[in-house]
Structures are given as C-alpha cells and as structure tokens.
Design a protein around this ligand. Structure first.
Ligand SMILES: Cc1cc2nc3c(=O)[nH]c(=O)nc-3n(C[C@H](O)[C@H](O)[C@H](O)COP(=O)(O)OP(=O)(O)OC[C@H]3O[C@@H](n4cnc5c(N)ncnc54)[C@H](O)[C@@H]3O)c2cc1C
Ligand code: SF4
Length: 343
C-alpha cells in the first residue's frame, strides 16, 4: 500500500518537536521508530497531514541516578533495552518485556516511548477500510462498531497491546513528559485514559521524554508472562506482570503490584487481588488461590479470536507461575537466566 502525501518535519530537539506539534494541532503526529505509526498511516486509520520525526534526536544511554532511579530516554530502542547490562541488572522485568515485543527487526526500530504510545488494536479497525468494510467504525469517525453493535459512539473496545507498559506499572515507574508548559512527571498508569477512542492522556504538543524506574525495595521479586498465539512476532493475548516484596520472614507478602495487559483499552491493575495478597503467606496453595482470584477480577474483552473465558483460563494458569517466580526471586532463589533480582 502506497503512503499518501504528507509534510515531514525533522526537529533537532524535543522542545522544537513539541512546539511544532502544538502549532500544527490535531493534524500532526510524532514519529519515533515508525513501526506502529507507519503501518497505521498506510491503512489510513490515522492520516496526519504533518509527521514530526524524532529521527534527528539521539537518545542517551540509560543511566542510574544518584537515588538509584534508572532513567531511560523515551527514544531508546527496544533492542537496546533488552541488551543493556544496566537494564538487565537493575530492572530485568523491563528487559524481558522489551524482548517479548514483536521480532528483532521491529525491536531494532521501535522505541520505548512509541511502545507506550502505540495505538489500540481491533480486527475491525486495523484494516484498509475500502478493502473489507463499506463504513468506517466509531474510532475512525464513522457510525458503527462492528464487534460490539450495541456500543454507543463514545465507547470503543479496541485493545491496548504494549508489552512494556504492564511491566513498567508493576515496577512503579514514571514517565517524564515534555510539553508547551515545560516538563512534568507522572506514574505510567496515568498515561492511559481507558478509552479505546483516545487511549493516551497527553495534551497538545506533549511528548514522552523519559521513563523513570525507581530502585527496588529489599526482597523484591518479579514475574512476567506474555501469552500469544505463537512465540514471536505476535501481539499479546494477555500479558501478566507482577512486582512484589516479602517481609523479613521470606514468606509474607509486604506489598504487590499486579498488572494485566493486552485485554482491555489500557493495562489493568488488579487492586483487589493485590490487597488479598498483602499480608498473606505466599505458599503454593495461597499462590493458586491468588491466581484464581486474579482471573476472576479481570474482565477481559474478547479480542482477536480469543474468547473472554479462554483468556481468563489462560491468566489463571500462567498467573500461578508468574506469582511463583516472583516469590522465588524475592526469596533469592530465582534463576539467573530469568534475570535474578531487581537489585
Ligand atoms: C508486525 C508487528 C508486530 C508488533 N508486535 C508488537 C508486540 O508484540 N508488542 C508490542 O508492544 N508492540 C508490537 N508492535 C507495535 C510496535 O511495533 C511497537 O509497539 C513499537 O515499540 C512502537 O514503537 P515505535 O517507536 O516504532 O513507535 P511509532 O510507530 O513511531 O509511534 C507509535 C505511536 O506513538 C506515538 N509516539 C511515538 N513516540 C512518542 C513519544 N516519545 N511521545 C509521545 N508519543 C509518541 C506516535 O505518534 C504514534 O502514535 C508490533 C508492530 C508490528 C508492525
Ligand atoms: S471496537 Fe473500536 S476500533 Fe473496533 S470496530 Fe468498534 S469502534 Fe471500531
């Protein structure tokens, strides 16, 4: 499919890019690696008149700040993240999540900021519309929702597929955002609106500049799993990310963050199961109970051919393993090849 004509800008700084985006308004989009935006422009589900490329801006290497926070430039390629010694040592769940995205060619181009800001997906949306359907759906400004005909025009149940977002939320990470009003920081989970129509809470001219991962507490452990139809080059059916800390006894859960991605319009925190886990002794029986509770708490959208009950069953099975791995890592018995500790 041939791309339509558009204007291309190539600023030298994020501040210039932000000013350009603000001036051009809703008709402009920022381009990082282009692995999400360009396919979407090809099928014309988005049709910006101006593309503001960040290609002239070189990302800095990830660094550990004096308080232990790891600062990662939003323009960092996913391949850089998965191969970075610092990321693998300080936040191995993020290295693992980056490794799970698509295939190597896409990870060589795709950036962390682009991964977080990727569009939601729906089988009925990611199509050239004159190919399969006559009328565009609500998300394309039309009058219909194909999979959910009873939805009103303000409701779109397209699914947010980022593999890194659940990991970052489970790690308690923040994003730094550059915009016309200066720079601000907020938790990653506040980046999402929960609406499939406009999934990201970014204002006019706002661009992600960095991701900040806090240092882990003592006896921290993580678990991560991406279920998908095949092992690679495939979007998730469900992504599970857990970060937990244990008390000094090495058994009682002090606190946890459980996140499920690729099942709703944004990554979902399982706050009820997190609360049930806090203060509990994480033995095998309790972990099985918590995995079942997680599968019950989440309300997945059926998507890409997977039914709600199939996704729930999958979460119940894999969450048990994810929780066991997180607990083992927090106890110091996690395996080195899986990344060991978040130190
Ligand atoms: C075949 C295929 C398979 C894929 N599989 C996966 C997968 O398994 N998991 C997964 O998570 N993704 C997958 N993707 C989606 C995509 O490739 C990745 O999410 C990638 O990380 C996007 O990064 P990018 O830099 O290429 O983003 P771009 O395409 O450049 O941008 C994506 C969106 O984010 C916006 N954006 C980019 N950078 C910023 C920024 N710094 N601040 C604000 N907005 C920004 C753009 O305007 C655009 O709307 C796949 C894509 C393809 C084509
Ligand atoms: S769920 Fe959203 S993207 Fe999919 S057809 Fe309905 S309105 Fe369109």
């Amino acid at each position: 499919m041939i791309l339509y004509d558009f204007d291309l800008e190539r600023p030298n700084t994020l501040e210039e890019a932000s000013a350009l985006l603000r001036d051009k308004g809703a008709d402009a989009r920022v381009l990082a690696g282009g692995t999400d935006l360009l396919p979407n422009m090809r099928v014309e589900v988005v049709r910006p008149a101006t593309v503001v490329s960040l290609g002239a801006i070189t990302p800095r290497d990830p660094v550990r700040e004096t308080d232990g926070t790891v600062r990662i430039d939003a323009l960092t390629r996913l391949a850089t993240l998965e191969g970075s010694d610092l990321i693998r040592a300080a936040c191995p769940m993020l290295a693992e999540a980056a490794h799970r995205v698509a295939g190597n060619q896409i990870r060589q181009m795709g950036t962390l900021g682009g991964n977080l800001c990727q569009e939601t997906r729906c089988l009925y949306y990611n199509q050239k519309h004159d190919y399969q359907f006559k009328a565009p759906c609500y998300k394309r400004g039309g009058e219909v929702c194909y999979p959910y005909p009873n939805n009103d025009r303000d409701t779109c149940w397209s699914v947010y597929m980022s593999d890194t977002a659940p990991a970052l939320i489970a790690l308690g990470a923040e994003v730094e955002i550059v915009g016309p009003g200066g720079t601000r920081r907020q938790p990653v989970e506040q980046l999402f609106t929960g609406s499939g129509l406009t999934p990201h809470a970014l204002g006019a001219g706002e661009i992600l500049s960095a991701v900040l991962v806090p240092p882990a507490e003592p006896r921290f452990g993580w678990g991560y799993h991406k279920s998908s139809r095949r092992g690679g080059l495939e979007f998730g059916m469900a992504v599970m990310a857990v970060g937990l800390t244990l008390d000094g006894d090495g058994a009682t859960c002090r606190g946890a963050r459980m996140v499920i991605g690729a099942v709703r319009e944004k990554p979902i925190r399982l706050t009820a199961t997190e609360q049930a886990m806090t203060g509990a002794k994480l033995d095998e029986a309790k972990i099985a109970e918590l995995a079942a509770a997680a599968a019950k708490e989440i309300n997945p959208l059926p998507h890409h051919g997977f039914t709600k009950s199939y996704i729930r069953d999958n979460i119940k099975i894999h969450m048990r393993r994810v929780l066991s791995e997180a607990t083992a890592r927090a106890r110091g018995t996690g395996t080195a090849e899986n990344g060991g500790h978040h130190d």
